[in-house]
Design a protein around this ligand. Structure first.
Ligand code: ADP
Ligand code: MG
Length: 322
């Protein structure tokens, strides 16, 4: 039963693995001289997705959020494992889920080489393995005073879609339709991460909100007594035009600054490399925006167009916040 299920939905040819699904372990041969980048993310029904969500979308997003971590390290995706707890064997659900999962896998050349399958409340745990040349990973701890701060794509769409779904923000239906894809079908910035090797000083993917995730770069990049801070300009933050038209609402401004689930990259790079950043983004087919800079003064401030500091209430999503 369990083995039929694995064979039917989760076993495909794995030409990049020495041995894929079916034995006690997968066997993997890393490319000579490369370092492995490994990351896991867990998705729970009720917390990360709801029972009504499209199973193909869940398949897409569960792998996309893991690939986003590889992107944030500048690692090239190679292999994945998928551990899944299912309350029942629902053929239509599994077919659609695996289709969404493998479509995302194929987009980024990652192979499913193993996992675990068990009965229980719907839970997904994925581990991804990628490769990066020694010394070239984009880490959180490399930001330096004077660096520009950049983000890819646009911010706030996914959080606004969630606020709309939860009834915290009123949106016209035609407007909501423009932000909903960001919540359900995020696109990991894998090519951009790879293109930024040797250019960016530090990087993180925005899963919990810009301010919170940029805060992680600041924390990790402090060395000894030498502290650094960040200065952002609100008007420089890239958003969809439809998001702009809701920014008179505090909830919408909050989504842009501190909303989760964007899966864009936030990175810092020296000013002297602005042209290289733009070329890398162009090669990767992603837009990037310069939103501020790293300063020698501690703290994180956001200024409006007049140079006034904005008061920031929410800085990011914390799973253990009261
Ligand atoms: P074991 O009992 O040795 O842990 P399992 O019965 O759990 O083996 O799994 C059999 C094979 O199927 C293993 O190669 C395992 O990696 C793979 N596998 C199990 N579940 C999944 C899944 N959801 N996706 C991909 N491979 C899976
Ligand atoms: Mg097992």
């Amino acid at each position: 039963m369990e083995f039929d299920l694995i064979a039917k939905y989760f076993t495909r040819a794995t030409p990049d693995a020495v041995l894929g699904v079916g034995d006690d372990c997968a066997l993997l041969a890393p490319s000579p001289g490369m370092q492995l980048a490994v990351s896991s993310d867990m998705l729970l029904e009720g917390r990360h997705f709801s029972p009504q969500d499209s199973p193909a979308g869940i398949g897409h997003k569960s792998l996309a959020v893991n690939l986003s971590d590889l992107a944030a390290m500048g690692a090239a995706p190679r292999w994945a494992t998928l551990s899944i707890a299912l309350p029942e064997v629902d053929d239509a659900w599994l077919t659609a889920f695996s289709r969404g999962f493998f479509r995302m896998a194929d987009l980024h050349g990652i192979e499913l080489v193993g996992g675990d399958t068990t009965r229980g409340a719907l839970t997904l745990s994925i581990t991804v393995i990628g490769e990066v040349p020694p010394g070239q990973a984009l880490r959180r701890d490399g930001a330096q005073a004077g660096d520009d701060i950049w983000v890819s794509g646009v911010l706030g769409s996914a959080a606004m879609a969630l606020a709309y779904r939860q009834g915290r923000l009123f949106m016209e239906q035609i407007d909501a339709a423009k932000v909903l894809p960001a919540l359900y079908l995020p696109m990991p910035r894998v090519e951009l991460g790879i293109a930024l090797r040797g250019i960016a000083h530090s990087a993180i993917d925005i899963s919990d909100g810009l301010l919170g995730d940029l805060g992680h770069i600041l924390e990790r990049s402090q060395v000894g007594a030498k502290s650094i801070g960040a200065r952002l300009e609100f008007s420089a933050l890239p958003t969809l035009p439809v998001v702009q038209s809701y920014l008179h609402e505090a909830v919408a401004r909050d989504c842009v600054l501190a909303g989760g689930d964007d899966y864009e990259l936030c990175f810092t790079a020296p000013q002297a490399k602005r042209d290289l950043v733009l070329t890398a983004a162009n090669d990767a087919g992603v837009s990037v925006s310069r939103i501020g800079h790293i300063s020698a003064k501690p703290g994180l401030t956001v200024t409006d167009a007049d140079g006034q500091s904005l008061i920031i209430e929410h800085t990011g999503y914390d799973h253990f916040a009261a």
